[in-house]
Design a protein around this ligand. Structure first.
Ligand SMILES: [Zn+2]
Length: 397
């Protein structure tokens, strides 16, 4: 195991040395040899690094890789782990960051790498400190460790003040990518139901359930892209979700009124991300498209699923989600029964989305009984939770 210097830095190093004699010196990156069959994700996971886009881009950059990121067996590659010479005083002063939680995380990381024999000596012995770049990128204030559970907590403002701090519960979906697409949005509210004189707009309820599902997946370390985002509507607990028109594609692009333009915009956004993640070797990528149906007010509809025509993977995913919903109803509402279906449907978003995609109609927004499924926050949470469990199980298949 040796460290590889960045040739271009000598002048900077001299400057640093004079300026910061007390600080430990940043000595470049940890390097390792690719074994048989090793991909970038294998190496990152082996060293306890998040196999997400940021680290993959770092890997490409520090190894100056152009095009496909295919590793050659026996070749040495730098890892996005910076090396500091430990000043024997403290990790905080060594790296120049007065952040206790961060220092604890770095200590734990180095001890873990030593326990896993990925580094020869303890950093206190060989005075070499490893610092994953991802640790340094995290905004100082935002990432914490829950002192009681010891679990990592990450802040996502998109979930709103009350729920923005997400505690990571497992790494079961690490490296898995989910595109969560709430239907309609912007100028298009989707279907509208009436409740106590209020308008229930499909896009608001689909968005709230999309946020709850995204948060659930992140708790399992998934990489989640919220394709339709409304940055001033976090997770809401109200019964009546106030309709507005400021949802945006990827949180930044205005959503066109024209239906085809709207569908092209969101499938385009998904496919671009999909290609990047595919290049980076992410093993699982799935799109979940959430809608509420609009039928005659007398008609009740159980949650049902569409997949793209001739997509066996789409059918498989839709079926495992449907079965999970049935299992949950049987457990929580014994004699209710569940009549949800799985069908193929020639929808633009299904046909033109590169990742395996499932389109979900969650109920009839015009039926007063089905409305309960949406207006009660606990029911919105239950739908999100059930779908998340279904995706977790589907990810093991
Ligand atoms: Zn819809």
């Amino acid at each position: 195991m040796n460290f590889s210097r960045n040739k271009g830095i000598p002048c900077i190093i001299i400057f640093l040395f004079i300026g910061f004699s007390l600080l430990g010196q940043n000595e470049g990156y940890v390097a390792t040899e690719a074994g048989a069959g090793d991909g970038v994700i294998h190496l990152l996971k082996r060293y306890g690094l998040n196999p997400g886009t940021s680290n993959l881009n770092h890997f490409r950059e520090i190894n100056q890789i152009k095009g496909e990121m295919v590793l050659r067996e026996g070749s040495r590659y730098r890892l996005p782990i910076q090396v500091y010479s430990y000043n024997e005083k403290s990790i905080r002063s060594t790296i120049g960051r007065n952040d206790w939680d961060l220092a604890v995380k770095i200590r734990d990381y180095n001890e873990l790498m030593h326990r896993k024999n990925l580094r020869k000596e303890d950093y206190r012995k060989d005075k070499i400190l490893w610092v994953p770049v991802e640790y340094l990128e995290e905004p100082v204030t935002e990432n914490k460790t829950n002192p009681s559970s010891g679990q990592t907590q990450i802040k996502y403002p998109v979930f709103g003040k009350d729920q923005e701090v997400v505690e990571i519960k497992s790494d079961r979906l690490s490296g898995h990518v989910y595109y969560i697409v709430s239907g309609h949005g912007g100028p298009d509210p989707g279907a509208i139901g009436k409740y106590n004189g209020h308008s229930l707009c499909e896009d608001e309820y689909a968005y709230d359930i999309a946020l709850r599902l995204a948060r659930c997946l992140i708790e399992q370390s998934a990489t989640v892209h919220l394709i339709i985002r409304d940055d001033d509507d976090g997770i809401r607990d109200e019964t009546i979700l106030k309709p507005d028109k400021d949802e945006k594609c990827m949180g930044k692009e205005k959503i066109p009124l024209n239906q085809m333009a709207r569908l092209k915009q969101r499938t385009g956004a998904i496919n671009e991300l999909y290609r990047n993640h595919k290049k980076n070797g992410n093993p699982v990528q799935r799109a979940i498209i959430l809608h509420l149906d609009s039928r005659s007010s007398r008609q009740r509809i159980d949650m049902f699923f569409y997949h793209s025509p001739n997509s066996s993977n789409g059918k498989k995913l839709a079926s495992s989600l449907r079965n999970k919903i049935e299992e949950k109803y049987n457990r929580h509402q014994k004699n209710r029964g569940y009549t949800g279906t799985v069908e193929e449907r020639n929808l633009y978003v299904l046909r033109n989305t590169l990742p395996v995609a499932v389109f979900i109609e969650m109920g009839n927004i015009k039926n007063s009984l089905d409305q309960k499924r949406f207006i009660l926050k606990d029911n919105r949470q239950a739908i999100a939770h059930w779908l998340c469990e279904g995706l977790l199980e589907a990810s093991d298949q």
